[in-house]
Design a protein around this ligand. Structure first.
Ligand SMILES: *Cc1c(COP(=O)(O)O)cnc(C)c1O
Length: 354
């Protein structure tokens, strides 16, 4: 008996997602917050470890309902937004349409579920190519469109107007993944949920200092929430994560301070990166910056040798690397290392003339 022959063909051709730990001094590869949430309360958490978690995460959803000004029945909780992407595709099926380059999980999960993915390239400004998107909506009849805004890995947001035009000309589901909304100047599109029944918003706590909890949320029409809830595993979010999420959302000042600090560091890092010769820097509404260099593979490897781990996105955005905003000292170390690497590449100065 060959196990291989028992595997579904779409799974056989997959590769496991590699999130292997690469040893480094400074970790700026995964868009995590450089600052974590400090649990204030002393002593043991008030948790009954023998009981299953609240399957409906009601306390947490009520808290978020106030924060986002939507009713609790429009919110569904997931073990990270990854899990909710899985549930959405499991609920609606494919084809799944994504503008690319974007977050790889849409494609990976779609393939794991045996659904077809249609990739429509962004235009030369990393903006939505509306003509091609609308053509594909007609020709390929996608069931779901995933749009990450701000987009990972390019960092830019798409205009509300374009997204609304898509929503209005598409009778399938549009998922706007707002993982990076807290770092942008926009409030996001939660306010449009009651206008458009096919709009689904994704939010996550992963980028604002709570990646360890694995908590993401869908905000959508109660009918959609109800359908997706049918495929959700009953105890998908554990008690500890629910508990700490509630604690940290009650201390929302601390979360706001984390976001403010990251935005401040982003401005600084962007300015410094822009001064470098042979580096093209792309504006970012997120907690990372995309930049272009002449030899991305070499620069990536040499940075790693100096202990600085960033993300090599050369495969999806030719010539580009993505660096997560770290703490001030981490960003400085990254910048100095990058300057060194570039100087040795060129054997010359790497500072742009003002
Ligand atoms: C990081 C990221 C997420 C977060 O996923 P979680 O499973 O919630 O950690 C979601 N969408 C995009 C576009 C991301 O970059």
């Amino acid at each position: 008996m060959k196990i291989k022959n028992l595997i579904k063909p779409n799974v056989r051709s997959l590769h496991a997602y590699s999130a292997k730990e690469i040893p480094c001094k400074i970790k700026l590869d995964a868009n995590e917050s450089p600052i974590g949430f400090q649990l204030k309360r002393e002593g043991v958490m008030d948790i009954e470890t023998n009981r299953y978690p609240d399957p409906d995460a009601l306390k947490l959803r009520r808290l978020l309902s106030k924060r986002w000004k939507v009713s609790t029945d429009k919110i569904l909780h997931g073990n990270g937004s990854d899990e909710l992407i899985y549930y959405l595709i499991a609920t609606f099926g494919g084809p799944v349409l994504c503008p690319v380059p974007t977050f790889s999980m849409y494609n990976i999960i779609s393939a794991a579920l045996g659904e077809k993915t249609i990739s429509i390239p962004l235009d030369e400004n990393f903006d939505l190519d509306m003509d091609r998107m609308l053509d594909s909506v007609k020709a390929d009849m996608p069931k779901i469109i995933f749009i990450s805004s701000p987009n990972n890995p390019t960092g830019n947001s798409f205009s509300d107007d374009k997204i609304v035009r898509l929503i209005e000309s598409f009778s399938g589901i549009i998922v706007v993944d707002e993982a990076y909304q807290p770092f942008s100047d926009s409030n996001g599109l939660i306010g449009l949920i009651s206008n458009y029944r096919n709009l689904v918003i994704l939010r996550t706590l992963s980028k604002i200092g709570l990646a360890s909890l694995r908590l993401g949320f869908i905000i959508a029409d109660p009918e959609i929430v109800g359908e997706v809830n049918k495929v959700r595993l009953p105890f998908n979010v554990n008690t500890f994560s629910q508990y700490i999420a509630i604690e940290s959302l009650r201390e929302s000042g601390e979360l706001r301070a984390i976001i403010k600090e990251v935005r401040k560091e982003r401005r600084r890092l962007f300015k410094e990166l822009s001064k470098l010769n042979d580096v093209t820097t792309f504006p970012s509404d997120a907690n990372f910056i995309l930049f272009k260099v002449q030899q991305p593979e070499v620069v990536y490897r040499k940075l790693l040798k100096k202990g600085v781990l960033i993300r090599n996105v050369n495969n999806s955005v030719p010539g580009c690397l993505r660096v997560t905003i770290g703490r001030k000292d981490e960003n400085r170390f990254f910048l100095n290392s990058l300057k060194d690497v570039l100087k040795n590449e060129k054997g010359g100065a790497s500072q742009k003339d003002k």
